[in-house]
Write a protein that binds this ligand. Structure first.
Ligand code: PEP
Ligand code: MG
Length: 755
């Protein structure tokens, strides 16, 4: 047995990188070049053996070796996970062993003659984040490989991976380990539906083309400039969260800012340049390291932070190549499935809807506004899909299955066949819902329910004709403001509202005045940074303090409604005085219009959203002032439980079907009924059959929902006998349970009520 020897220092990774580049672009065929590469690496690393295994037909095949027997080239193969080489590919991380043969995974291949080599160090060869092969060095002595040697090997492997583009001899196309595997990722449906398409990254990854630097000094300068640009962008996003390209919550941005100035991270990038890499390649090199650590990390917090680093590195790469655009700026494939960590509602609206089939997010929650926009656009959206950005590559085929809350990645023919069958079933179900279009929404005991639509864009309006809904119960006017790059003039707004009314015909439309702030920001309106934007200076608060916008909007609404009924409601009213003040602006604008001799509406109804709990406690004072109430259950739930509606960690924590929330809703409905004030509910709950059922049992008779929900809700209504359900539900509102969902689901199953 020989004693461990001191590790020989690698003879300058920079020199080796240069040599590699010369070899890889030099004369000879691919095999000859690979043969020269292993020779150069062995010499540089002071190793007796250097071998390259490449993935071919799903197995790792010895493609070139310096030191092992020549006859084993193209003969020796290992499956992924088999032997030490297979283990390195499987785990996607380096392995360094002073006594390789005693490792439980060691698989002896007699044809190689490797029995005389004791120590082994191998690293995965990665391209585009996927393993395509393994690079190995071996030594006779039982030697320890130093960390800087392992790092140097990783750098070499990375360059090798990116430079050996195109198939090697015998390979059919470039093979990668990940490409071959189909997988299924679970999430939650933010908008139901099935779709198939090609994965497109909302924030595209940059493909690094140049790895070896000609002028390290210049690369250092480029890196520093890109880092400054990155920091400035993050600062800007912190000033306007939601505008900078991710809709990221504040804490993520804070973490990004911290990392972007972190000496360790920046130091590693500079180190990469010192070894001869270009700035882009240095970033990619650090990214590979982070991915390796991510694969090892079991602590969810650490994984999350490594994930942030990956994201940050992608942003830095985009700064380096000077393209900070999202995929919306380019042309989407015909059937695109958008992939993002998160995005804001305005960002989703930038996409070509004709080509967008579905959206997959790593974060998100059902009441986040991006989900509401997806519903308005009729785009299936899956949220909280853990690892989506790691597991899915751009160009991968995806099948998004909202009903079963999962996405199939690179699906096999069986999944694609099942998808086709499911689509046929869904189409049949949709046809059955369409057949309900003209039948009334009446329960089995004869209770009539009014179903209206939530809308926000002109493209929502054909839903009225298609579903047989009775008007627009909530028109979110801010969406129209959000899709524009500048503030619309009064004339433009008037024309727009006129189009809405024209398309809707005789049906009533309830226009809600601008509800901006929180996660709904206007790109052209600078808002102050706030610690709690959802509870901040938003909606009616903003409108009353800066009434110009509100007055412009009210004037446009009055003009557009000339000769017909106008229904207006105000968002986020917290106390009756705010309603009174807002209504006064409306009255003033109406008086002004009359004075000018312009035609005004035939009648005006003014209502209030009820989405702040304080207003529920102030109803006796409010009800005599309003023509109607619309409950915004999304915000009401968020404020009742002090639980951010957009925070994925809290998304399942509090339930609308909790006795507390249902009790509050029951009290609101009772008071409105007693005062003769019509009350509707226009939050997302109205469109979910099980929640709508509970609302009906509490006495609510008006629901407003996305078009897609009308069929399922009507089917539920027509199979329901309300009095026994109301009687069974009432005593349960006093229970200590966190939710009555399970009880209600059992009830519907027993009664045969479709949900
Ligand atoms: C609500 O809060 O329930 C609501 C309908 O308003 P938005 O979702 O637009 O905040
Ligand atoms: Mg709201």
């Amino acid at each position: 047995m020989s004693a461990p020897s001191a590790p020989p220092a690698p003879a300058g990774p920079r020199l080796l990188l240069r040599r590699l580049r010369e070899v890889l672009i030099g004369a000879g065929d691919a095999q000859q070049r690979l043969d020269r590469v292993v020779k150069a690496i062995a010499a540089n690393m002071v190793a007796e053996v250097c071998s390259v295994y490449m993935l071919r037909n799903g197995v790792l095949e010895l493609y070139a070796t310096e030191g092992l027997r020549a006859e084993s080239v193209h003969r020796t193969t290992l499956r992924i996970g088999e032997g030490l080489v297979g283990l390195i590919a499987q785990q996607m991380r380096p392995l360094a062993l002073s006594d390789a043969q005693s490792h439980p995974n060691f698989a002896y291949r007699p044809e190689t003659g490797e029995e005389i080599y004791h120590s082994l160090m191998g690293v995965p060869i990665v391209r585009g984040g996927r393993v395509i092969g393994v690079l190995v060095v071996q030594n006779r002595t039982r030697r320890q490989y130093a960390d800087d040697e392992i790092e140097a090997m990783q750098t070499i492997a990375m360059v090798l991976g990116e430079m050996t583009t195109g198939p090697l001899p015998g390979q059919v196309g470039g093979e990668t380990a990940g490409q071959r595997l189909s997988t299924r990722l679970a999430g939650i449906a933010l908008n139901d539906g099935m779709a198939r398409g090609v994965a497109v990254l909302h924030e595209p990854r940059v493909v690094v083309e140049r790895h070896v630097a000609d002028d390290p000094q210049a690369e250092r300068r480029r890196l520093d400039e890109a880092l400054s640009g990155l920091r400035a962008q993050i600062d800007q996003m912190l000033d306007h969260p939601g505008l900078g390209g991710g809709g990221e919550p504040r804490d993520i941005l804070e973490t990004y800012r911290m990392f972007a100035s972190d000496r360790g991270w920046v130091g590693r990038l500079h180190q990469g340049i010192a070894t001869g890499l270009t700035a882009e390649a240095a970033v990619e090199r650090v990214q590979v390291e982070a991915r390796t650590r991510m694969a090892e990390a079991s602590d969810p917090y650490l994984r999350e932070r490594l994930h942030d680093l990956e994201d940050l590195a992608n942003r830095l790469l985009r700064h380096l190549v000077g393209s900070a655009d999202t995929a919306a700026a380019g042309r989407l494939p015909n059937e695109a499935v958008l992939l993002a960590r998160n995005m804001g509602p305005a960002e989703l609206l930038e996409y070509d809807r004709g080509r967008l089939r579905a959206v997959v997010l790593e974060e998100g929650s059902t009441t986040a506004h991006v989900a509401i926009v997806a519903r308005a656009l009729g785009i299936p959206m899956l949220g909280r899909v853990k690892g989506a950005l790691e597991q899915i590559d751009p160009g991968d085929t995806l099948v998004v299955d909202g009903t079963n809350q999962q996405v199939f990645v690179r699906p096999g023919s069986d999944v694609l066949r099942a998808y086709g069958e499911r689509v046929a079933v869904l189409q049949a179900r949709q046809a059955a819902y369409s057949a309900l279009r003209d039948v009334p929404a009446v329960t089995r005991d004869g209770t009539r329910v009014s179903l209206a639509l939530n809308a926000g864009l002109l493209l929502d309006l054909p839903g009225l004709e298609a579903t047989g809904a009775e008007g627009i119960g909530l028109y979110r006017t801010e969406l129209q403001f959000m899709v524009r790059s500048g503030m619309p003039s009064i004339a433009a707004q008037t024309e727009y509202y006129r189009q809405v009314l024209e398309q809707v015909g005789e049906w009533p439309v309830t226009f809600r005045t601008l509800d901006i702030g929180g996660d709904k920001l206007l790109p052209y309106l600078a808002m102050q940074e706030e610690d709690n934007p959802a509870m901040g200076w938003r909606a009616i608060r903003f409108s009353l303090d800066r009434p110009v916008l509100l007055r412009m909007q009210l004037r446009a609404l009055l003009r557009a409604s000339a000769g017909r009924q106008l229904r207006v409601m105000f968002p986020m009213v917290a106390e009756p005085g705010e309603f009174v003040a807002a209504k006064r602006y409306l009255e003033r604008e109406a008086t002004r219009l009359r004075r000018l001799g312009e035609a005004g509406p035939s009648g005006i109804e003014v209502g209030s959203m009820l989405e702040v709990p304080s207003l529920a406690l102030h109803l006796p004072a409010l009800l005599p002032l309003v023509d109607f109430i619309s409950i915004g259950s999304n915000d009401l739930l968020q404020f009742l439980f002090a639980s951010d509606r957009g925070n994925p960690r809290l998304a399942d924590r509090y339930d609308l079907l909790s006795p507390a929330m249902l009790g509050l809703l029951r009290d609101i409905i009772r008071q409105c009924d007693a005062s003769g004030v019509p009350v509707a509910l226009c939050g997302e709950a109205a469109g979910r059959p099980i929640e709508a059922l509970a609302l009906l049992a509490l006495g609510l008779r008006r629901l407003s929902m996305p078009a897609m929900a009308v069929g399922p809700v009507k089917a539920m209504i027509r199979s329901t006998d309300l009095p026994p359900l109301a009687a069974a539900l009432a005593p349960r509102l006093a229970s200590a349970e966190r939710s009555l969902r399970d009880w209600l689901r059992d009830y519907t199953e027993r009664q045969g009520i479709p949900l």
